[in-house]
Design a binder for this molecule. Sequence first.
Ligand code: PSU
Ligand code: MN
Length: 302
Amino acid sequence: MTSFLASPEVSAALAAGKPVVALESTIISHGLPRPRNLEAAKEFEEILRSKGVVPATVAILDGVPRIGLDAEGIDRIANEDLAKASVRDIPILAARKESGATTVAATAHLAALAGIRVFATGGLGGVHRGAIDSFDESADLSTLAVTPITVVSAGVKSVLDIAATLERLESLSVPVIGYKTKDFPAFWLTKSGFTLDWSLDTPEQVAHAMKAQDQLGHGQGIVLANPIPIEKQWDPSEHDRVLEIAFAAAKKAGVTGKAVTPFLLGFIVEESKGKSLEVNLDLARNNVSVAADIAKAWSELR
Ligand code: PSU
Ligand code: MN
């Protein structure tokens, strides 16, 4: 019995050293509302294909970790009520033959296991506000400390404690690199106010950093922070206003643990009358496109 199943297309591309980019399924199942989530799942794959890159959307279907989904699999992650699966949930879903949408952590883990080196998402998880009391820190961080994959993301969701998240990534020795900028983004916003130590300006440079990390025997991933272009960002004052209300609503509803992120994202879409959703889709498209360029550079370098 194999531990995961890669689609024929993904297996063939990996065997031939062709560029492949992993995509997560939690953003589809729990981060975006129906029916836009299905359109987004298809569109992200289409962006990759149009750039000559093979998409590998990851999910657990009937207990089996799948790397690369067919049309039916994509439809299932968009329309079934799936468990939100992080790394620790994978063996349990396997035993129960149940399905789950994989978080950044679980997607990174499975994609790396299959030999995929580049992964596009919207925003990485991180340290939640109030974590000093709740201890709520996404397994996305600890997983990237032990998983050799480059995650292209628009920073971390601004519902998080961004300063604490950057500190934890430093402690975990996970490189955080700004793509063509040193301004660390805040998901829906181009700038978070935090400045990074480093930026890289081309896909080739990023691929070079990945290779150097391998050669040094580092097992970590890389966070490539790719801000949404300023003309497409959410209005910052509206962003701040809606987030305030969302935090109050989460507190009132008593939401905790892994339900927090989906609750906040859903609430923010409603409260912003869909504006946050449009920006979320734009930043994710932008990340998928940059991930394609990195995957191509990586495929050429190796
Ligand atoms: N980014 C998005 N939408 C999402 C997420 C990230 O644009 O839905 C998901 C990712 O799957 C990430 C998860 O791994 O949120 C983090 O959840 P938590 O904070 O519970 O670890
Ligand atoms: Mn959590």
